[in-house]
Design a protein around this ligand. Sequence first.
Ligand SMILES: Nc1ncnc2c1ncn2[C@@H]1O[C@H](COP(=O)(O)OP(=O)(O)OP(=O)(O)O)[C@@H](O)[C@H]1O
Ligand SMILES: [Mg+2]
Length: 509
Amino acid sequence: MKKYLEPQMGKLVLSEIKSAGELQKRIALLERKATREKKARNIAENQLERYSMEVYQTDQSLKKALAFATKKQLELEYLSKASMGDASELPLSEMISNMIELTCEYCAAEYGFYLVTKDGVEVEGTLDNAWSKELEWQSQSELQSLVNANLPLSEADVLESWSVSTLIDDDALYFGCILYMNFALSGGKIGWLAFLNKKGSVDEGIFPILATARDDFNSGIRRRLTDIYILERNVQLQESVNKLEMAKRQLIQSEKMASLGQLAAGVAHEINNPLAFIRSNMQVLKEYLIDYKSLHDDIKRELATHNNLDMSSFIALCEKVDLSYIHEDSVALLTSNIEGLNRVRDIVENLKSFSHAGDAKLIQISLNKCVDAALRIAGNVFKYEHQIDNQMINSSPLVLGNLGQLQQVFMNLFINAAYAMQGGGKLSIWHTEENHRVIIHVKDTGCGMNEETISKLFTPFFTTKPVGVGTGLGLSVSYVILEAHNVQVTVDSEIGLGTTFNLSFPVSF
Ligand SMILES: Nc1ncnc2c1ncn2[C@@H]1O[C@H](COP(=O)(O)OP(=O)(O)OP(=O)(O)O)[C@@H](O)[C@H]1O
Ligand SMILES: [Mg+2]
């Protein structure tokens, strides 16, 4: 038996060969096996090729997806940054520069420009109005002219979308096209954003993104223009409010002066009365002084003649001038003069507080003092046929108010009441309290008012008095004052029976 080495490949082991026939069989077997293995290898190779093709295709798709994702990321970054500028509180000019810088980078332009036109002519922004990534903001007058020449600046309306203008070679230096848009500013102005590109065209794919950014930008511009408009309107409104406030003060003051004029005659009468009796008292006192002088002369003469004056002669001389009466009456006359002067002083004091300019400074005041002072000033409009029942004398409700202004209100009410009670009547003033408010009631038994008069009561210049008698401002000015004091007014009136004004004041604790 012959021994063979085992072959390196194949699974059959030829350890022993017994004969040639057997060897043949073995060879055929090995050949079949080799054929099978070859087939299997071919199949494996084909499969390998398919796999590597698939891997290649997957790789290509991944690369595409990556490029797409990068593009999307850039778009998202652009949109989010652009919309951040629009939504933030950036001022208008910063929002516009922000948009130029972002768009310039996004569409890979060389320069971004901003200009403003009105009626087709550039109106502002010649300095530092060009932006590039390297140089940032600077002035580019030559390029600016190129841009201006290639934009439809004479266009009156705002363009509907982004536009592109291809530059003519000679003008273009080394630029290919301009991408631009415009938007409406206030006062009929138009703002323009323009981007100079090296390439002769702009990638169509970026237009939807640019359109979205443009929409955001436009809404940001509109919001800012509205803010600016509101701010300007606020300033105008504040000015109007100030003017109205001034007019209101003037109205109050002039109404006060008108009331004062009306009262002047009465006041003059009030002052004239004491002045008249002071004057006549002084006349009598002067005569008394003459009597004193003659008594003095008589005594001197007696002493010169007799070198003595006995008591009976002295009494006789005193009786001659009625000295005891002179003493008694002089005291009475001087007391009456002092009272008269006090009265004049009071009237002057009241007039001073009345004409005090109506600043709205509110302090704690007692209403009875206010009513009392107003009654004293307006007192002369009430005659002997009038009765005044002031029940406020012993109560002193406190409110926050301006004494001068509230006196003016009460005076207007009292003067109106007196006018309504021309044939005589009764004025009553009293107060009630409810829900932390003090209500002052001013009631007259005058002619009363019809519905129409009541509805126009507080309208400026409404009066039923004859021309030249009333200004029709009394109650309207009073109403303004009462409003400033947070006082609510109601009126009850019946024709022929009278009128009651109810003023409800918030109580001051
Ligand atoms: N107590 C009242 N009784 C009846 N009518 C009144 C009374 N108070 C006001 N009125 C009516 O309201 C009108 C307007 O009053 P208001 O005080 O505003 O102006 P006026 O008294 O006419 O003029 P002015 O006050 O400038 O002298 C009066 O003309 C009168 O018709
Ligand atoms: Mg009046």
